[in-house]
Design a protein around this ligand. Sequence first.
Ligand code: F3S
Length: 428
Amino acid sequence: MRLTDDEKAMLDGAEGPAVAAAMDLLVRYGEALDCERLCDVRNVAGTMTQPSPVKAKLVAEGGWDRAFAVINLDSDEDLEIPQMRVATCQLQQGFSGDAAGIVPYPEQFVRLQDDAEAFYGRKGVTILATCTPYQVGNLPVRGEHVAWMESSAVVYANSVLGARTNCEGTASTGAASLTGKIPCWGNHLTQNRYGTHLVDVRVPVRDFFDWGLLGYFVGELVEEARPVVVGDLAVPELEDLKHFGAAAASSGGVELYHIPGVTPEAPTVQAAFGPRPVPEAVPYGPRERRRTYEALNSQGQHTEVDFVLLGCPHASIEQVRRAAKALDGRRLNSGTQMWIMVPRALKAVADRSGYTEVIERAGARLFTDSCPAMSRAAPPGTKVFATDSAKQAHYLPAILGIEAWFGTLEDCVEAAVTGRWAGELRCD
Ligand code: F3S
C-alpha cells in the first residue's frame, strides 16, 4: 500500500499512539484487500456508545479509553483517545432512559450509554443516535468519500446522495475518525459504481409500501450487485428511497443502486451502466410483486397482533405526521402495543408539532435512539408483530423468535387498533 508522507508520519506515531494504532489498522485492512492507497474522509458515521456486556467489562477494567482501543481500534494497548480528527457521528445505539418502564431494556445499559455519550461528546462525537443521520443534518455531498456503517445508511449515502462509502465496521470507522482516512476500494472507485443489472418495473410503484416491496425483490435478485431500476415509477420521496434501499440491503447486500432520472449518478440508463453494455431487463410485474409480498409475510400465521412497529429505518417527520393522522381519535387495542422509532432530533419536532400528543393519546409511543432489532427488545410476551418495514419484517422473526406481518401504514394502524392482522395485497 502506498502511503503519503502524512499517513506515514501518523503510522510512525507523530500524532500519538492512538492515531498510530488507527493507521496500523487501516493499513492492515487495506493490504488484506490489495488496496493501493487510502482516501481522505471528513465524515464518519460509526458506533461508539452502543452498550454491550463486553463493553461494560472493558470500561470497568480501564475506562472508555480502553473500550475504544479494543472495540474501535482492535488494539490491546493502553491508549489515550484524542479528539476525533474529522466529523464523526454516532449511529443508532441502545434505548435510553425515556423508554424505561415500557421497553424491556437493562437499566445498567442505559447508564452505560449515558456515560458513553458524555465521554464521546467530549471527544467530538456528535450523538445523532439514529440509523438515518442523513435525516438530521449529516449530508455528505456528491462524490465525497465518507466512512459509514449501517447498511440502510450506506445504501442511501451511495445511491441517493452520491457520496462514496463501503459498508464499514466498528473498527474501521473508529480508525477513520482518528485519521480522516479509509482504504480506497470498492464503492470509492468510479469503475465499481456502474450498474450491473437492469430491472424493468411493470406494475405501478407509487407509495412507501410498494417501494419497500420493490427493494426487497431487487435485493434478492442482485444480492450484492448494483441494480438499475426503470419503469412505472412515481418520483420517490425521501421515505420511499429510505425504505427501498433498506429493503434491498436486507434481502440482498445492495450498497448502491441507480434510478435513471432520479439518483445523481444516473441521468440516463446508459450513464448508469457507464462503459458496460446495458444488460437485458429483468421484469418486476404483478407476479413478482405478489411473490415478494408472500415472502415477506411467510413468517406470519396467527392473526392476533401483540405489537406494531413503525419507523425502520427511523421515521421521517412526514412519516410521524402520517402516523399521527391515522391514529387521531382512535385507541389501541388493550393487548397491543405500538412503537414508532424516530431520530431524537425529529422527536423534538414531533413534540412541538403536536404529533406526539396525538400518537400518545391513542396509546402508541414514539421512541428514539434504537429499535427492537438493534436492542433485541419488544413488549414482553410478544408472539406476533406487524410492521410497514421490509427490513424489520426480514430480521425481527429470527432475532426475537416471533411471527411477522408486513403491510401498509394503514394495515399496521388497523392491527394496532383491532388487535388483529387483516392486511392484504391490493391493486394486484
Ligand atoms: Fe434502523 Fe433498527 Fe431499522 S437501526 S434501519 S430501525 S433495524
